[in-house]
Design a protein around this ligand. Structure first.
Ligand SMILES: [Zn+2]
Length: 116
């Protein structure tokens, strides 16, 4: 199987969609992109944070809850990176950073469900 990822196409965001988020001192641009990660077998995630470019790429075709969960997850990645937690001398390796982003999200989700 060919696992090479196609470069996504940046689309015009729908009205009301965020295009910028400030994380610490840094403005992070939010790009809304195709292809459809859900349907395209060459892609395996709904969003990604590109630290060097300061960009979060979000799949444009996500539904509401997937979209907010994904955006929150990617903002968490930007927070971890911005705080230096997963840089060379930082305390988190990439796997740990991923777990942290998942777990913080789960706590926020419990809050949203009014469990906490
Ligand atoms: Zn992640």
């Amino acid at each position: 199987m060919n696992n090479k990822k196609k470069k996504p196409t940046v689309l015009t965001p729908d009205k009301g969609k965020p295009t910028l988020v400030k994380v610490g001192y840094r403005d992070i641009e939010i790009e809304w992109i195709s292809p459809d990660f859900k349907l395209d077998e060459l892609t395996d995630c709904f969003g990604q944070y590109k630290s060097r470019e300061g960009v979060i790429q979000m799949q444009k075709s996500l539904c509401g809850q997937e979209e907010s969960n994904t955006l929150l997850h990617e903002v968490m990645h930007a927070c971890v990176y911005g705080a230096g937690l997963n840089q060379a001398e930082g305390p988190l390796k990439e796997d740990n950073a991923e777990k942290l982003c998942m777990h913080v999200f789960m706590v926020l989700d419990l809050t949203r469900q009014k469990v906490l």
